[in-house]
Design a protein around this ligand. Structure first.
Ligand SMILES: [Zn+2]
Length: 291
C-alpha cells in the first residue's frame, strides 16, 4: 500500500535535500510509464492530471487506475489534480480519491484567491488525508484551460505569500517566480531564485511546514534546477515534455513501421520512451533511491 498525499513526501524531500517529480499524464500508458520509472529508480512520485484529461477519462476511472497501480508499487505515489479553477470540480476529485488538489484561483484578486483556496482546503481536510496546493502570482504560458500572457505573469510577493498560506490553510504552496508553462522561448528564462529562497526561509526557516512547488519544469536548464532545489523547490511539475515525448514517440514508431498493425508494439515503444524521460527527471531531482 503506497498511496500518499503530496505534503508528506514533499516534507521528507525538503528535509533531505531532494525534490519530487510531478508528472502530468493524459492516459493509462503514461500513467504506467511514470510508475515504471518510479519503481525502477525507487523514487517517490506524484502523478498529476489537469482538468481536461481528468474529465475525459472520468474521475472514478482515473482514481481506479491510480489505486490499482499505486497499491502494487513499492514506492509512495500521489495523485494530484493540477490547476483546477473550479471549486466544485476540486471537491469532486477529492471525493473520488485524489490525494492532492490544486485550486488555482491565482487570476483573482488576493482576497478572492484566499477565499476560494480556503474553501477547497477546508473541504479537502474534512474529507480525508488530502493535501492542498495553492498558487499566488501567476505562471506564464498555457496549462490546460489556464492561459497567462508572459508579460502579464506576476511574481509572488513574499509577505503576501506568508499571509496567503496562513489564512488559507494550504499544505503546499506554489509561488510564481518567473517559471512558465509550455516551452521556454529563450535559453535563459528569467527566474527569480532569490524570491523562492526568501519565501522558503519565511515559511520554512524553523523547520519544513509548507513545502514549495515549482511549476513549468519542462525546458528548465539543469543549473536552474539545481538552484531551484537549493532555494526550496520540493516538487517540480513536468507536463509539456511528456506530451512531446508521447506524440514524438508515436510519430517515430509509426513512421518507421507504417505497414505494421500491432498496437501493442506501439504502446511498448511509447511507454518505454516516457519511462526514460521520467527517469531523467528523477535523476535531476535527486529522488532516486529515496522511496
Ligand atoms: Zn503549473
Amino acid at each position: 500500500m503506497s498511496i500518499v498525499n503530496a505534503k508528506e513526501i514533499m516534507v521528507e524531500a525538503a528535509k533531505n535535500g531532494y525534490a519530487i517529480g510531478a508528472f502530468n499524464i493524459t492516459d493509462l500508458l503514461q500513467f504506467e510509464a511514470v510508475i515504471d520509472a518510479a519503481v525502477e529508480t525507487k523514487s517517490p512520485v506524484i502523478v498529476q492530471t489537469s482538468v481536461k484529461p481528468s474529465q475525459f477519462l472520468g474521475t472514478n476511472m482515473m482514481v481506479a487506475i491510480f489505486r490499482t497501480l499505486a497499491q502494487s508499487a513499492p514506492v509512495p505515489v500521489c495523485l494530484h489534480l493540477d490547476h483546477c479553477t473550479d471549486i466544485a470540480y476540486c471537491k469532486k476529485c477529492a471525493d473520488a480519491g485524489y490525494t492532492n488538489i490544486m485550486i488555482d484561483a491565482s487570476k483573482h484578486p488576493f482576497e478572492e484567491n484566499i477565499r476560494q483556496t480556503k474553501e477547497v482546503a477546508d473541504y479537502c481536510h474534512s474529507v480525508g488525508d488530502i493535501s492542498v496546493e495553492g498558487e499566488l502570482g501567476t505562471v506564464g504560458g498555457v496549462e490546460d484551460q489556464v492561459k497567462v500572457a508572459e508579460d502579464e505573469a506576476q511574481l509572488a510577493n513574499p509577505k503576501q505569500s506568508v499571509e496567503f498560506v496562513e489564512r488559507t490553510g494550504v499544505d503546499i504552496f506554489a509561488p510564481a517566480i518567473g517559471t512558465a508553462h509550455g516551452v521556454y522561448k529563450t535559453k535563459n528564462p528569467k527566474v527569480d531564485f532569490e524570491r523562492l529562497a526568501t519565501i522558503h526561509k519565511m515559511l520554512n526557516g524553523d523547520g519544513i511546514k509548507i513545502p514549495l512547488v515549482v511549476h513549468g519544469g519542462t525546458g528548465l536548464p539543469d543549473d536552474y534546477i539545481v538552484k531551484l532545489r537549493e532555494a526550496g523547490g520540493a516538487k517540480f511539475n513536468v507536463s509539456t515534455e511528456l506530451k512531446h515525448t508521447l506524440i514524438d514517440a508515436k510519430w517515430e514508431y509509426i513512421n518507421a513501421h507504417r505497414e505494421e498493425y500491432d498496437p501493442g508494439k506501439l504502446d511498448v515503444f511509447v511507454r518505454d520512451a516516457t519511462r526514460k524521460a521520467v527517469i531523467g527527471w528523477m535523476e535531476k531531482l535527486g529522488s532516486v533511491g529515496k522511496a
